[in-house]
Design a protein around this ligand. Structure first.
Ligand SMILES: NC(=O)c1ccc[n+]([C@@H]2O[C@H](COP(=O)([O-])OP(=O)(O)OC[C@H]3O[C@@H](n4cnc5c(N)ncnc54)[C@H](OP(=O)(O)O)[C@@H]3O)[C@@H](O)[C@H]2O)c1
Length: 384
């Protein structure tokens, strides 16, 4: 199997390469890509000899090329989005791992779907804003979208025994609650970016770490689950240990859960190996060592972003792209110390109020709504 990894220098990309190292006789790499990290991309090209590489940032491309020549690396560097789409869609690519962050993933994910690939989707943002469109496209072109969020992978595994989702009564998405689960709300105003990216269970990129701390990530995951599984009864349950990755309840009140140590290599290995199982290289879960597992309801007063995302399930359409765009801008502004932690929710709410929500009939509409929401969000931030 020949794999294209989009975002190969990030947390998901590196974990994917770890799994591939464990199964080097079964997989090869056709493409690696990043935004600016040309040094790590070069190391990856040296180790895995992919046919293609891509850097979104132009000045990083120049540095990549200079050093690739010096190091005798033969991988071709792609210079345009058109050529990137061609490489993704080429017959040489069997599986596309979408591990880039944010809406930047939407065009490459769409090309992978259009060319009927198996897509391992970590880049939830593109699927959230255009899930209905991508699902339709996927059916038309014989593509398969595989979640590599740990929660959705768990649900996929728990659903595997049923062919009929009408047998399912409920999905229970678990979440660790993030770094501020026990912090009193009165102290939220002084939360710093450094505190927000310090996740107690998972080691992830900065954007998703902030989203986990506000629980916007869990809200985005509820929307993602809605698109992936076509089951409307979805509940969120806080489980601080991060051992049960999600559960499915059936009509007969039987609950199936998937458990493992919290390690993204497991959902990645599940997606790569499906319908079989391959070595993930993760640690085993030792139930004896666990002691106890805890569960509680989410506190929507402390984490209003979660409630907001769930409310939008009713509204649908471009509300997801407004939510996503405003959130992406606010998270970056918070990381850059331009806004406070609680401003994230307040600003998103204002943007949702100001941008007209439409039904999604084309990808252009999604991009238009994304653009308008970013402009509106930046204008609110600039006025603060
Ligand atoms: N990390 C996890 O455990 C986890 C779990 C579930 C889902 N996810 C989802 O997976 C996605 C990636 O998360 P992450 O934690 O791996 O993020 P990350 O560590 O920040 O990595 C992001 C990757 O995307 C690349 N990238 C950024 N902007 C790009 C652009 N404009 N064009 C092309 N490539 C670009 C980055 O390149 P540079 O290195 O050059 O910046 C890097 O390779 C997110 O959607 C996240 O929600 C992550």
């Amino acid at each position: 199997m020949n794999i294209a990894i989009l975002g190969s220098t990030g947390s998901i990309g590196k974990s994917t390469l770890e799994v591939i190292r464990q199964n080097i006789d079964s997989f090869s790499i056709n493409l690696v890509s990043a935004n600016t990290n040309h040094e790590l991309l070069l190391d990856q090209c040296e180790e895995f000899s992919p046919k293609y590489s891509f850097l979104h940032d132009e000045s990083s491309r120049r540095l990549f090329e200079e050093n690739a020549n010096k190091r005798g690396i033969k991988t071709s560097l792609i210079h345009s989005m058109d050529d990137l789409e061609k490489a993704i869609g080429s017959a040489e690519t069997d599986i596309v791992v979408a591990g880039m962050v944010g809406i930047s993933g939407l065009i490459p994910v769409t090309s992978a779907v259009k060319s009927g690939k198996k897509i391992l989707l970590a880049n939830k943002e593109s699927y959230i804003v255009a899930g209905e469109y991508l699902n339709k496209l996927s059916k038309e072109n014989g593509a398969s979208i595989f979640p590599i969020d740990s929660e959705h992978s768990a649900i996929h595994q728990c659903l595997n025994s049923t062919k009929n989702t009408s047998d399912v009564s409920r999905i229970i998405l678990t979440g660790s609650g993030g770094p501020f689960l026990d912090k009193p709300i009165i102290d939220f105003a002084s939360i710093t970016p450094q505190q927000a990216i310090n996740h107690p269970v998972w080691n992830m990129g900065k954007k998703i770490s902030v989203d986990s701390s506000t629980m916007m990530n869990k809200g985005l995951e509820v929307i993602e689950a809605r698109w992936l599984f076509d089951i409307s009864d979805i509940e969120v349950l806080i489980h601080p240990e991060g051992i049960i990755h999600s559960l499915v309840e059936y009509k007969d009140n039987s609950l199936l859960a998937q458990l493992s140590v919290p390690d993204m290599k497991i959902p990645i290995a599940y997606g790569l190996g499906f319908p079989g199982r391959i070595n993930s290289g993760s640690k085993k879960l030792n139930l004896n060592d666990l002691g106890s597992l805890n569960f509680m309801e989410p506190d929507l007063d402390k984490f209003p972003c979660l409630g907001l995302a769930i409310e939008l399930l009713e509204e649908g359409g471009t509300s997801f792209s407004v939510l996503n765009a405003a959130n992406e801008i606010c998270v970056q502004a918070f990381l850059d110390e331009r806004i406070g932690y609680q401003d994230i929710y307040e600003i998103i709410l204002k943007v949702l109020d100001r941008i007209e929500i439409k039904t999604v009939q084309s990808l252009d509409q999604v991009f238009e709504s994304d653009r308008d929401s970013r402009t509106e969000t930046l204008s609110i931030i600039n006025q603060l």
